[in-house]
Ligand binder design. Structure first.
Ligand code: KG4
Ligand code: ZN
Length: 346
């Protein structure tokens, strides 16, 4: 997957698109020297979700300590950085601005280029930091808190959207259902944990848009079905809660894996890669492995810490974009609604 193997560039990546402040240092586009993530989960937990204003303020406070820690871990100085890569979108405008302005300031100060990275491209390319990674063309499922998309990766920088969610993102469904159950934010982690002890067949939750050649997703009906179950029977505890979590999680994992495997087969891809926070889900990983193997598909899964938001994936995506000649203007700005397929290279 490396386009310019081993070119000696030290890339500093910055990620501030949502509620993680992250800085990473990457040698030659692949070797992670430091990958520091300061989460704000505690701050937002009592509101049941991310509060944009609070997120921006926390990024402002955390970014410089995060940067210091990363440089210290990597035993590098800012003067040694050859490229600054920063998430420019999509995400929360104020949160993105903190990272973009910091990266541009550092780049100007040290006379180095600064490149704006699409957050989804970061998730999509995180698999390249794994020991084994796919060669394009391959199919990629990016499942996060705000996005659920299938992309055909034709080459690095050339992505065509194959499908997406028509309503809630998969991570959003996890977070909303967790909220209904009185579980802490972010809901995916809590549900994943409780589901380990539950029976995934205990509740029969709906699978939306089941058509074999219909690749789009929909999760709002599933969330509503859980809400109806709770309205009838109240919030269960003990085994009942574990069963409900397992059954909900099964419905999400079932639909995601079924559709991806069908799309890969029907569109002629031999490999499938996953990325984004929900790709850390244990059941999704297991079912994807099972179904990909049954279909003769090669499956690539980043380790869980590279699925959730981090700056290593941003540094990597920025490095790759820089090496293929992409440049960001000095007027680089936050792009809260940046679609990955807008950046189709050729
Ligand atoms: O990629 P990410 O860290 O941030 C965004 O770009 O949105 O994804 C966060 C989402 C949240 O909705 C969170 O609940 C979900 O990923 N998530 C999980 C798990 N870990 C994080 N969902 C299911 N199972 C998990 N283990
Ligand atoms: Zn993300």
């Amino acid at each position: 997957m490396l386009s310019c193997k081993g070119l000696p560039v030290l890339t500093l990546g910055i990620e501030t698109s949502c509620d993680e402040t992250a800085v990473a240092l990457l040698e030659n586009g692949r070797e992670v020297l430091a990958d520091v993530v300061l989460t704000q989960v505690d701050v937002h937990q009592r509101f049941g979700g991310v509060v944009p204003e609070i997120a921006s303020r926390n990024h402002l406070q955390q970014l410089w300590p995060c940067l210091d820690t990363a440089l210290h871990k990597a035993q590098k100085t800012l003067a040694e950085v050859g490229l600054f890569a920063v998430t420019a979108g999509p995400g929360l405008q104020g949160a993105l601005l903190v990272g973009v302005l910091a990266a541009k300031t550092l780049a100007r100060t040290f006379g180095r280029p600064c490149i704006g990275v699409n957050h989804l491209e970061g998730h999509l390319l995180a698999i390249a930091l794994a020991e084994e990674c796919p060669q394009p063309p391959f199919l990629s499922l990016v499942v996060s808190g705000g996005h659920t998309h299938m992309f055909a990766v034709q080459a690095l920088g050339r992505y065509a959207k194959v499908a997406s969610t028509r309503d809630d993102a998969a991570g959003e469904a996890f977070d909303k259902v967790a909220r209904l159950l009185g579980l802490p934010y972010p809901g995916g982690v809590a549900i994943d944990l409780l589901a380990q002890k539950g029976n995934p067949q205990a509740f029969r939750f709906p699978r939306a848009l089941p058509g074999k050649s219909l690749y789009d997703f929909s999760f709002s009906g599933l969330k509503t079905a859980v809400a109806h179950t709770l309205a009838k029977g109240g919030i269960p505890s003990g085994q009942g809660l574990w069963d409900l979590c397992a059954s909900f999680q099964e419905a999400v994992a079932d639909v995601l894996t079924k559709k991806c495997v069908a799309a890969a087969q029907q569109l002629g891809f031999g490999a499938l890669a996953l990325g984004g926070g929900v790709a850390a889900n244990s059941r999704l990983r297991a079912l994807a492995a099972e179904r990909a193997a049954a279909a003769g598909l090669q499956l690539y899964l980043p380790k869980p810490s590279l699925c959730t938001d981090n700056a290593a994936m941003i540094a990597l995506a920025g490095y790759e974009a820089h090496m293929r000649g992409e440049r960001s203007p000095l007027a680089l700005d936050a792009r809260p609604t940046w679609h990955l397929e807008d950046s189709l290279g050729a």
